[in-house]
Design a protein around this ligand. Structure first.
Ligand SMILES: Nc1ccn([C@@H]2O[C@H](COP(=O)(O)O)[C@@H](O)[C@H]2O)c(=O)n1
Ligand SMILES: C[C@@]1(CO)OP(=O)(O)OP(=O)(O)OC[C@H]1O
Length: 159
């Protein structure tokens, strides 16, 4: 059996707005995340982990921020593309683990909905997907509430 691992990391800054979209779930919040797309920082990190596991570049290579086609795009477009590449290369996703770094919003109450949303998009059982969160103890840009960071790891196994 062949195994490949990938990691992903992304950051989006806060700006004016009344909700964020994280791992496919819309969460009411007193600010929004800014980006060329819908700024789903969790989904972007997972997408990059899949590209990384395949050694096939990153999200900006496949969906350039300079391309107006992706302005306001739903990030599930990017994730679906990465999942398709995984399957086309003869792998299946063993599991994905994502950590969101922010003081607010609190992720715990939404983690189940995020896992379910990702499972649907990735066509995977929910027990292969983990979404969790940490604060940064009010330190740094995430601690000051200037934005949200996300890290993800993906493991692929040969199908
Ligand atoms: N945005 C967040 C941040 C954290 N959590 C949950 O709180 C726990 C404690 O966080 P620490 O940073 O103090 O370790 C963490 O393990 C999460 O369960 C959260 O839900 N949303
Ligand atoms: C996702 C893309 C799509 O144009 O735009 P952003 O929403 O700005 O997100 P980022 O994580 O900066 O990745 C770059 C782009 O590929």
């Amino acid at each position: 059996m062949r195994v490949r691992l990938g990691n992903g990391y992304d950051v989006h800054r806060f700006g004016p707005g009344d909700h964020v979209i994280l791992c496919g779930v819309k969460i009411p919040h007193d600010q929004a995340l800014m980006g060329h797309s819908d700024a789903d920082v969790g989904m972007h990190a997972i997408t990059d982990a899949l590209y990384g596991a395949l050694a096939k570049g990153d999200i900006g290579r496949h969906f350039p921020p300079s391309d107006p086609q992706w302005k306001g795009a739903a990030s599930e477009i990017f994730l679906r593309h990465a999942v398709e590449l995984v399957r086309n290369e003869g792998y299946e996703i063993s599991n994905v683990d994502c950590t969101l770094v922010c003081e607010y919003p609190k992720i715990g109450p939404h983690a189940g909905a995020m896992t379910a949303a990702l499972a649907k998009i990735m066509d995977l059982p929910a027990d292969r997907i983990s979404v969790k969160a940490t604060t940064s103890e009010r330190l740094g840009f995430t601690g000051r509430g200037e934005g949200i960071a996300s890290l993800a790891t993906a493991a692929l196994i040969s199908a």
